[in-house]
Design a protein. Structure first.
Length: 239
């Protein structure tokens, strides 16, 4: 029987949280009917009723556990989810971006690889987001491949990994925003962990909450920070 923890940081998701979680549970029970799992919702600094909706869901579904952080921080929410996970197999989903076919296959592949990534950027992937967002994702992919020579094409999305692999590393990752994933996977690359990518499709279920120019400026800032960290990554490679 397969067992796993689904980690889902949530921030200002009142409008879609209940619908998406109910749909996710229904899909998991259909694709993996004999699995033992939990959904770890880590609400972080929401200004709406996300936390209250999450608590309501936890009362309705025994597999849901809810944790609350006072301040908005994707990075801290991800760390908290990993630390609270009950199972060694950990899968990271976003509330608006998940795929139970990826979940099913990634659980099998973790017997052969350290990390399994769901990529929006592989040739057979389908990404229906606006052009500006796809261009930004491509820029991130090119930057990571050119500057860090990483073997993967996407860092922002679904991932499966063993808790025993990732737990010793998460407190060495300092990004607080969506670049937490990139920094973590770069570190894993320099530590010579093995990766497997699977193509996934992405259809937006709501408009992005972050204007393109703000996200682009944040991305450039994170590029500069990661460049400054490269020597540290290289040091890990020779430990």
């Amino acid at each position: 029987m397969k067992s796993f923890s689904l980690i889902m940081p949530v921030y200002n998701e009142e409008a879609i949280l209940e619908k998406q979680i109910v749909k996710l549970i229904r899909e998991i029970d259909k694709v993996l009917p004999l699995s033992e799992y939990e959904i770890v919702l880590v609400e972080n600094g929401s200004r709406d009723k996300t936390y209250q909706v999450a608590q309501k869901l936890a009362k309705l579904y025994s597999q849901i556990r809810v944790f609350h952080l006072e301040n908005p921080s994707y990075g801290q929410a991800f760390k908290e989810g990993i630390k609270q996970a009950r199972y060694d197999t950990v899968v990271q989903f976003d509330i608006d971006f998940w795929d139970t076919d990826f979940l099913d296959l990634s659980l099998l592949l973790l017997d052969r690889y350290d990390i399994v990534i769901g990529s929006k950027n592989l040739g057979t992937s389908k990404d229906s987001r606006p052009l500006t967002r796809r261009m930004l994702s491509k820029a991130i992919e090119i930057f990571l491949k050119v500057y860090f020579n990483v073997p993967f094409s996407d860092t922002h999305g679904m991932k499966a990994i063993r808790k025993k692999v990732i737990l010793p590393l998460i407190d060495q990752v300092h990004s607080q925003n969506h670049f937490f994933d990139s920094e973590l996977l770069i570190l894993c690359h320099y530590l010579r962990y093995s990766f497997k990518e699977l193509p996934v499709g992405l259809t937006e279920i709501r408009k992005t909450r972050f204007p393109f120019l703000i996200r682009a400026a944040e991305t450039v800032k994170e590029f500069v920070r990661l460049v400054a960290l490269k020597r540290l990554f290289i040091r890990y490679a020779y430990v």
